[in-house]
Design a protein around this ligand. Structure first.
Ligand code: NDP
Length: 512
C-alpha cells in the first residue's frame, strides 16, 4: 500500500513495493528509491552489531579515536557531496546541510580531545567510617547497542551526530533516519564501511514500525523528533526498562527589550525564525517586543522578511518545506490565526509552484489562544506580540509546555542575566541565536516536554555508558568487620568511636 499525505502527494514508504521513494521537496520529483527494511531486518542488524561490539570496546579509547579520525578525514573529503545530497533531499539551501557537516567534524574533534579522560576509571575518595580502609574505583562501560532515531530537519546531525559520541564510548550503533531524508545518512554509514572500520555502525530504513523495532532492539535509545512520537518511544522503552534520551519539539521565544540594538535584533529574529525554512527545533516561533520599540521592530522585520529569496539554489535564502505534509500544518496554523483576528504583514499563504513552498510570513495581532502561539508550527512563520514590559515578555515566554531555548535582546547585560534566570528553558542566548547548539562543548537539552537528557558536553558521551563501581580493601582483611553480625555492645562501641573520630569536631572526636 502506498500511503498518501493530506496534500495528495505519495508518502515515502511504499509497503507493497518494499521501497522508500525519496522525493525532492523543491519540485516534488522523484529522487531515489531505497529498499524498505522490515522489523526482522532490524533484529538481524542488532545481532551483527552486538557480535562486533565487544572487540570495539576492547580496543579502548585510543583505538577508537584512530578509527574516528579516519572517519573525520572521509567526511572532510566528501563534504561537498554530503552537502549536495542533504540539500537535494531536504529541499534546502546548501548553507543548512553545511552546518551539519561542520558540526560532525567539531563533535569528532571535541570527543577526540575529551573521551579518554571522561572514560578513564575514577578513584573515589573515601572518608566515611563505613568504608574505612577500602579502595573504590568507578568504571564506565558502554551500553552495547545504542539505537539512534532521528528527525528529517537536520538528518545528518540528528543521527550521525549522536552516533559519534556513542562510538567514542565503545557502543555499537543502529541508526533509524527519517524515511523522508535517508540519503545523506546512508552515505555517511557507507563512509564508515568504506574506511574499513569495524562493523559497529549500521542503519535501518523505514517508517515508524522500524523506529519501534529499533527501540525494542537497543540497550539505550537516543531519539530526536516530536513530543507525540517521543512519548510513544518512552512508553515502548518502558516495557524493557530501556533508558532513553529524548530531544523533542520546541516553541522557542525571542524577547526584544526596549534598550536592544534593534537592527541586530531584527536581523537575528529573521535568521532565527526562517533559517532552514523555520524547520529548526530551536527556531524562533514567538517574538515578544516591548511596547516602545514594537512598531520600529516590526517595520524592520517585515522589510527583511519581504526581501528573503525563496528557492533551493545558491542564490536563495530559504528552501522548500522538507516534509510535504508540513505544508498542511503551516497553512492550518496561519489560516486559524488569520480567521481569529491576526494579520499577515507579509506572506500568509503557500507559494504557487511545484513542491512544498510557503511564503515567508510575519504575523501580528496574535495571542495565546491561537494554535500558532501554542503548538509547534515548524515553518517560515514569525508571530510578533506587543508586550508592556520585560515581566510580561517573560510570563508569556514561559506560558508553554515546551522549553528548549530562548533569546533575549537588550543592551544591559545584567538585565539579560536576570531575564535568563527566569526563563524555563535549557539554554538562553543573549543578543544571539543557536549558540548553545553550535557549541558542541555546551549541553543542549530541553526542559518541560521538550525532552529528557541532553547532547553535547560531557553528558553527551557519558549517557551512552553505565557505571560500575569496584570496591576492595587496601589492607589485608580479617574474618569479619566491626559493623557486621553479631551486633555486640563491644563492636557497637568500637564502631561508634570510629564514627566520632571521623565526623566529630575538636575534642568531641575523642568522646569529650
Ligand atoms: P517525528 O516524531 O515524526 O519522527 C522522528 C523520528 O521517529 C523519525 O525517524 C520517525 O520515522 C520515527 N518514528 C515515527 N514513529 C515512531 C515510533 N512509533 N517509534 C519510533 N520511532 C518512530 O518527528 P519529525 O521527523 O517530524 O521531526 C520534527 C520534530 O523533531 C519537531 O518536533 C522538532 O522540533 C523535533 N526536533 C527536535 C530537536 C531537538 O534537538 N530537540 C532537533 C530537531 C528536531 P519516520 O520519519 O520515518 O516516520
Amino acid at each position: 500500500m502506498t500511503m498518501t499525505s493530506t496534500t495528495g502527494r505519495p508518502a515515502p514508504v511504499d509497503i507493497e513495493a518494499g521501497l522508500i521513494h525519496v522525493r525532492r521537496p523543491a519540485d516534488d520529483t522523484h529522487l531515489a528509491d531505497l529498499p524498505l527494511h522490515r522489523p526482522a531486518d532490524v533484529a538481524a542488524s542488532g545481532a551483527r552489531l552486538r557480535a562486533a561490539q565487544p572487540e570495539w570496546e576492547r580496543i579502548g579509547v585510543r583505538g577508537r579515536v584512530r578509527w574516528l579520525s579516519r572517519y573525520r578525514r572521509w567526511i572532510v573529503d566528501n563534504t561537498d557531496r554530503l552537502i549536495a545530497l542533504g540539500a537535494e533531499e531536504g529541499g534546502r539551501v546548501r548553507n543548512e546541510p553545511m552546518l551539519e557537516t561542520t558540526l560532525l567534524i567539531e563533535l569528532i574533534d571535541h570527543y577526540t580531545r575529551t573521551a579518554a579522560d571522561l572514560l578513564k576509571p575514577k578513584r573515589i575518595r573515601v572518608r566515611s567510617p563505613l568504608v574505612l580502609g577500602k579502595k573504590l574505583t568507578e568504571y564506565r562501560h558502554p551500553h552495547p547497542l545504542v539505537g539512534v532515531i532521528g528527525a528529517w530537519n537536520f538528518p545528518m546531525l540528528l543521527t550521525i551526530g549522536d552516533a559519534l559520541p556513542a562510538l567514542f564510548a565503545g557502543a555499537a550503533v543502529l541508526i533509524k533516519p527519517s524515511e523522508v531524508t535517508p540519503l545523506a545518512v546512508r552515505e555517511l554509514v557507507r563512509g564508515w564501511q568504506r574506511i574499513g572500520a569495524p562493523a559497529v555502525l549500521e542503519a535501518a530504513y523505514g517508517g515508524g514500525d522500524i523506529g519501534a523495532a529499533v527501540v525494542d532492539e537497543a540497550d539505550f535509545v537516543q531519539f530526536t523528533g516530536s513530543v507525540a512520537t517521543g512519548r510513544r518511544v518512552l512508553e515502548r522503552a518502558a516495557a524493557t526498562i530501556t533508558p532513553v534520551s529524548l530531544e523533542l519539539g520546541g516553541k522557542d521565544p525571542c524577547l526584544v527589550l526596549a534598550d536592544a540594538n534593534l537592527e541586530r535584533a531584527a536581523n537575528c529574529a529573521v535568521y532565527g525564525g526562517f533559517a532552514n525554512n523555520g524547520q529548526v527545533c530551536m527556531g524562533f516561533e514567538r517574538v515578544y517586543v516591548e511596547d516602545s520599540v514594537y512598531d520600529r521592530f516590526v517595520e524592520l522585520v517585515v522589510a527583511k522578511v519581504a526581501a528573503l529569496r525563496s528557492g533551493a539554489d545558491d542564490h536563495s535564502d530559504i528552501g522548500a518545506l522538507t516534509f510535504a505534509p508540513q505544508l498542511d500544518t503551516v497553512t492550518a496554523h496561519v489560516r486559524e490565526a488569520l480567521d481569529s483576528g491576526a494579520r499577515a504583514l507579509t506572506g500568509g499563504h503557500p507559494l504557487d509552484r511545484p513542491g512544498s513552498w510557503y511564503a515567508p510570513t510575519v504575523l501580528v495581532d496574535v495571542d495565546h489562544t491561537m494554535t500558532i502561539m501554542r503548538e509547534e508550527t515548524f515553518g517560515p512563520v514569525l508571530p510578533i506580540v506587543r508586550v508592556a514590559d520585560a515581566q510580561e515578555a517573560i510570563r508569556l515566554a514561559n506560558d508553554t509546555e515546551f522549553g528548549l531555548s530562548a533569546t533575549v535582546f537588550t543592551g544591559d547585560i545584567d538585565k539579560a542575566e536576570q531575564v535568563a534566570e527566569q526563563l524555563e528553558v535549557g539554554a538562553v542566548n543573549i543578543n544571539d541565536f543557536l549558540i548553545n547548539m553550535t557549541c558542541v562543548q555546551a549541553s543542549q537539552g530541553g526542559w518541560k516536554r521538550s525532552g529528557i537528557g541532553s547532547r553535547g558536553s560531557d553528558h553527551g558521551l557519558l549517557k551512552f555508558t553505565r557505571t560500575k563501581v569496584v570496591a576492595r580493601s587496601r589492607i589485608p582483611v580479617g574474618d569479619s568487620e566491626i559493623n557486621w553480625f553479631p551486633y555486640t555492645s563491644g563492636r557497637r562501641r568500637a564502631f561508634r568511636s570510629a564514627i566520632r573520630l571521623v565526623h566529630g569536631r575538636g575534642l568531641s572526636r575523642f568522646g569529650r
